[in-house]
Design a protein around this ligand. Structure first.
Ligand SMILES: Cc1cc2nc3c(=O)[nH]c(=O)nc-3n(C[C@H](O)[C@H](O)[C@H](O)COP(=O)(O)OP(=O)(O)OC[C@H]3O[C@@H](n4cnc5c(N)ncnc54)[C@H](O)[C@@H]3O)c2cc1C
Length: 388
């Protein structure tokens, strides 16, 4: 009997699942992948793309081509409803797909800031608000970044522009430096000033002091002023308001606060944690939901909460592939062992990068070249040349 395996989202872990089924086909498993786009962003290459070192296409996995290799059906329409009792998903295009085994790898989003615009009714407000660039969801970041670059193209020569990043994690620091590098390149005739606001008392909470120090040094080199212990709260005319009521001037606001789960998941009967993530057991099966799995950002491993980074989605991939195959055949599942420490490579927008692993940290131009080689290898693995 053929089993219906449904992969919801074309994230990093599902790329490994498709690769596994391409390498070891199973005629008794019929695979369907639903995602909003036939291309999926590879998170590691985001800073290189933001800083203008590579094209968008060079950062993407061709999921539709990968599906072809795996003998899977690809549907370019996002999931909007999910029924655990009827075991079916509804897509934005209205189609309904039934499944025996399903897996979520839909990434995460963030909570947008409140907008306070007292002058809005007077007709002045909207144009005085800073331009907001929300860094998540990653899959649609290129549309928002393109719109911002088009606005920047219209600025008068000699203007002064303050770019403020809210979020002192790796994504907030790295994207601010990458974005500033690209904006300098696009409009060298404009005076760009960078600032970073971090709610935590330190940059890169959870990292060792050496990577933190290297990151602070890179931000200083990029001319960025850092405010720690300050939480950005609302978008207001001319800038951002902090939770203590302070006003920080901003023309462009990068919003890179902590990840939260996709909002549509709240309308489903799936269990969710406080941040809206799907709790999973060690096997990556959703707690209390046999035959339903989740991996990557959208999953919350019950035994040990993990930071939201692409590297974990990548590491989960091979075990998820084995467990989905096992679940289709009613075989026992294998536990996934989270790595004790992972290597983070943080681009600094100036042809250098910082390596951070536990307390260890180092930086340099060779680190950036090393990171680019790792990322290129990853992309090539899922985009064989015959697909281009
Ligand atoms: C600016 C920025 C830079 C980052 N840089 C790094 C980095 O250098 N290294 C690192 O390890 N991490 C980095 N991260 C974190 C990283 O992006 C995420 O942890 C990673 O992308 C999560 O991978 P994932 O496979 O869970 O989901 P994603 O990569 O987000 O993939 C989710 C997929 O699901 C699809 N999808 C979404 N909603 C639906 C739906 N309703 N129905 C169907 N499909 C859907 C999307 O189109 C996408 O294909 C960065 C994050 C940001 C915001």
């Amino acid at each position: 009997m053929t089993r219906q395996l449904l992969l919801i989202g074309a994230g990093h872990a599902h790329a490994f699942v498709l690769e596994a089924f391409a390498q070891r086909p199973d005629k008794t498993v019929s695979i369907t992948v639903v995602s909003d786009s036939p291309f999926a962003a590879y998170s590691g290459s985001v800073p290189a793309w933001l800083s203008g070192e590579c094209t968008l296409r060079e950062t993407q996995m061709d999921i539709a081509a990968l599906c072809q290799r795996a003998g899977a059906r690809f549907i370019a329409s996002p999931a909007v409803e999910f029924s655990t009792s009827e075991r079916q998903v509804t897509l934005a295009d209205g189609s309904v797909i039934a499944f025996d085994v399903a897996s979520f790898n839909v990434g995460s989003t963030l909570t947008l800031p409140q907008v306070i615009d007292p002058q809005g009714d007077a007709g002045i407000g909207a144009s005085a608000l800073p331009t907001l660039l929300a860094m998540r969801p990653l899959s649609s970041l290129h549309h928002r970044w393109q719109a911002l670059r088009e606005e920047v193209a219209q600025l008068p020569a000699g203007a002064r522009q303050s770019v403020v990043s809210v979020g002192g994690g790796a994504a907030g620091c790295e994207t601010l430096m990458s974005v500033l590098a690209q904006l300098h390149q696009q409009r060298p005739d404009i005076h760009w000033q960078g600032e970073l606001i971090s709610a935590a008392d330190t940059l890169l909470p959870g990292a060792g002091w050496l990577p933190r120090w290297l990151t602070a040094r890179a931000l200083t080199r990029a001319g960025v002023r850092v405010h720690t212990g300050v939480r950005g709260r609302a978008l207001v005319p001319g800038g951002v308001q902090t939770d203590t009521g302070e006003h920080i001037e901003a023309d462009i606001l990068l919003w890179a606060t902590g990840a939260v789960g996709q909002t549509w998941l709240q309308q489903t009967a799936l269990p969710l944690d406080e941040q809206g993530f799907i709790p999973v057991d060690a096997s990556l099966e959703v707690t209390g939901q046999p035959g339903i799995f989740a991996a990557g950002d959208c999953a919350a491993l019950r035994s040990s909460p993990l930071p939201k980074a692409g590297v974990y989605a990548v590491r989960m991939g091979p075990v998820l592939a084995e467990n989905l195959r096992a679940a289709c055949h009613g075989k026992p599942l294998t536990p996934w062992q989270p790595p004790r420490r992972v290597l983070a490579l943080i681009g600094t927008g100036d042809g250098r990068a910082i390596a951070s692993r536990g307390a260890m940290g180092f930086s340099g131009r060779w680190v950036w070249q090393w990171k680019k080689r790792i990322d290129a290898r990853f992309i090539a693995r899922f985009n064989p040349p015959f697909n281009d």
